[in-house]
Design a protein around this ligand. Sequence first.
Ligand code: FAD
Length: 298
Amino acid sequence: MPAPTPALPLSLEFFPPKTEAGALKLRQARQQLYALAPQFCSVTYGAGGSTQAGTFATVGEILAEGQDAASHFSCIGAHAAKLRAELQELRDMGVKRLVALRGDLPSGYGISSGQAEQRFQYASDLVAFVREETGAHFHIEVAAYPEMHPQAASPQKDLQAFAAKVRAGADSAITQYFFNADAYFRFVDEARALGVDVPIVPGIMPIMGASQLLRFSDACGAEVPRWIRTRLQALGDDVDGIRAFGLDAVTALCERLIAGGAPGLHFYTMNQSPLVLEVAQRLGLHPSAPAAPTMPAA
Ligand code: FAD
């Protein structure tokens, strides 16, 4: 029996596994997560094309499993000819969604000089290129940063860069993860004031462990509020305590976002199912969750 579609669209992000054991685990995780009837599942793409084969293979598996799949697609250091060939490959696979990114080159990864690279400085260049090459074929998602992209000159400049991606042809946006709902609501208000009218879906990172969360957050510029840091530090090696605290904190964040009008939730699954399933269950977005109480008529 197909899973019922939840009222709030959910999407799930995976990364391409590096080993056959990782691929097997990811297949199992996906099968469990499909109970949430995701709107789509996306697969990250290592900048410079470093994971291209694994990304496309995972996207192909998701499509073969009967789910809608989005390939992340980044342009930093890429040539137009390579991007064009990869877009054709994705079309041939039946892919209709992209998450279009500039990406980050790993340190030490050199870019040789050349006209093609100059063309792709920002994600807005990639969005424009995809539209030029493929018209309306792809639904294009772009990244948004409620707490500002770490390399941006100012929040206002970053917001303008975000608006430029939408003007170039993006259909919707997924945010970097955050734990401060006010940053998201403010970002959405400011984007609307600039005329951006596409859905801006919050990206949600389940709290899996203190060191992993702090490492990731430092790398991508997401703020872990002091109250979360101190609680995690106090919990030390208490895995159950961290799990319980993380579930409470992330569920409360999602509740606020939903109450404030978020158009969906995008989960950074880290290729694991239990925490995402538990949060969805607590939010009443899992088919086996008890039905949400109906509000008395006003
Ligand atoms: P852009 O939108 O191009 O922005 C990059 C920087 O340039 C920002 O500081 C922006 O303010 C600035 N900028 C943009 N346009 C201009 C302009 N015209 N003038 C001056 N400054 C400008 N990384 C991966 O490698 N693979 C992935 O699969 C991946 N998936 C992601 C998914 C999501 C939802 C998110 C939020 C991030 C993801 N990332 C991924 C990380 C992302 O690649 C990095 O954050 C990267 O540094 C920026 O990519 P972007 O597409 O946001 O770039």
